[in-house]
Design a protein around this ligand. Structure first.
Ligand code: SAH
Ligand code: SF4
Length: 422
């Protein structure tokens, strides 16, 4: 999401005649587009600002702006201003499109801008973005989140769900495809609850998959409570919908899921997984897991391991629970000690590594449709419909942004290696 927000910022700045610098040393304007989903991301921003402070001492005309989720939190933004008074612009998630204008105001002599005002309007028309390549193209379909999972800061900093108009999204996708894009990832915190007032996610996906052209569509993120059977069946049915579903489980314990306010239990989650596997035996499944949520016991953790073994994900994004100020979980009794969290995540990572290795070995001898993403033609890499990375050999090196059939010849740990075939 943030990568794409930054692509949109680049485009907006180019419209104002400001181009991308080669690096921080060359830049006249430095913008931090922050994330606050976990503490680590915030700590990194503070560390990097320390480096920028030195640059600003050498070049006082340097304009420094901090925007995004982290500074949408009023208290954090105020603290940041006190701690780093050299920052010229502090804004949040709602006014990103106004940044070029704010920069102009600073250039005209204003010393400091602090603007955390909410703006919940959904931009109409096509989102302009400076996308870095033809292979990974993000398209927002909605903003914000209504779910209030008790650990998560997102609804507080991104506001309630707002969906873009279906017609705008279709037009943006169509333009990308006409421009040669082969893979488009639809973005939203909870894509399955997309609704522009007249159309739901099924309708949107169905229409996108009927656009003429040689491409595939991926999307993220699906909330298990909202992923409908109808959408699963559509993915199975339509050639242009990639067989990849990222379905965050978060925990394998019903007790923890209820405390997280996830609004599904393991039985309901597994029912969805069973339907996906039945309709698409080749589907790639990935998930997010949080370990060490308040009150998580060894038994709860073992239920997570059990669920992970049952689903057999291709890949898992594992997180240590991070206390986010202002969320209900941050003040829950029974916070889990750091050492226990670290020990549990290490065990979970090794369980998943074993699964991923086994699943990779099962690919040997099979042929996959792969979208090549290497420009240099030296080491050829690409991704499959089920979102696995594959390294392959081919006599034809000019394969960037082309679909190729690749036969898997060997695997190293969970990594796939293969050869292009006719
Ligand atoms: N809307 C998406 C993604 C939200 S953020 C979804 O619901 O799946 C991406 C992931 O970060 C979440 O799935 C969750 O696993 C993790 N995450 C969010 N808040 C967290 C926290 N406080 N501590 C640790 N991980 C967290
Ligand atoms: Fe956060 Fe839950 Fe919304 Fe995802 S669905 S963004 S985890 S509140």
């Amino acid at each position: 999401m943030n990568v794409h927000e930054t692509e949109k910022l680049y485009a907006l700045f180019e419209f104002s005649g400001i181009s991308q610098a080669d690096g921080a040393e060359d830049a006249d304007i430095i913008i931090f587009n922050t994330c606050c989903v976990r503490e680590g991301a915030e700590t990194r921003v503070i560390g990097n600002l320390g480096i920028i402070k030195k640059l600003k001492e050498k070049k006082p005309s340097l304009i420094v702006a901090v925007c995004g989720c982290m500074t949408q939190q009023q208290a954090v933004a105020e603290k940041l201003h006190k701690r780093c008074p050299f920052i010229n612009i502090i804004t949040g998630t709602y006014k990103l499109s106004r940044l070029p204008e704010m920069v102009k105001r600073i250039e005209s002599g204003e010393k400091y801008i602090f603007d955390l005002e909410l703006d919940l309007t959904v931009p109409c028309g096509i989102n302009v973005a400076k996308r870095s390549d033809n292979v990974n193209n993000f398209v927002n379909i909605m903003y914000g989140c209504n779910n209030f999972c008790t650990y998560c800061i997102v609804p507080y900093v991104k506001g309630r769900e707002r969906s873009r108009r279906k017609g705008d999204i279709i037009e943006e996708v169509r333009q990308l495809i006409n421009g040669g894009c082969k893979e488009i990832t639809l973005l939203g915190q909870n894509v399955n609850s997309y609704n522009d007032g007249d159309n739901d996610f099924y309708t949107l996906l169905n229409e996108i998959s009927d656009i003429e052209g040689d491409f595939w569509i991926k999307f993220m993120t699906s909330h298990p409570k909202d992923l409908s059977d109808k959408v699963i069946d559509l993915i199975a049915e339509k050639d242009r919908l990639a067989h990849y579903i990222h379905l965050p489980l978060q925990s394998g314990s019903d007790r923890i899921l209820a405390l997280m306010n996830r609004k599904y239990d393991i039985a309901a989650y597994m029912k969805k997984i069973d339907r996906i596997k039945k309709k698409m035996p080749d589907a790639g499944l990935t998930s997010d897991i949080i370990v060490g949520f308040p009150t998580e016991t060894e038994e709860d953790y073992l239920l997570t391991e059990k669920a992970v073994r049952q689903v057999q994900y291709n890949n898992l994004f594992t997180f240590i629970y991070s206390k986010r100020s202002g969320t209900p979980a941050a003040i829950m009794e029974g916070q889990v000690p750091e050492e226990t969290k670290k020990e549990r995540i290490a065990r979970l990572i090794s369980v998943q590594a074993e699964i991923a290795n086994k699943k990779a070995a099962e690919c040997i001898g099979k042929t996959y449709k792969v979208l090549c993403d290497s420009r240099d033609g030296k080491t050829l890499t690409g991704k499959t419909s089920d979102d696995r990375v594959i390294v392959f050999e081919s006599e034809d090196k000019d394969l960037y942004n082309k679909f190729v059939n690749v036969k898997v010849t060997n695997v190293k740990n969970s990594k796939l290696y293969g050869k292009a075939v006719k």
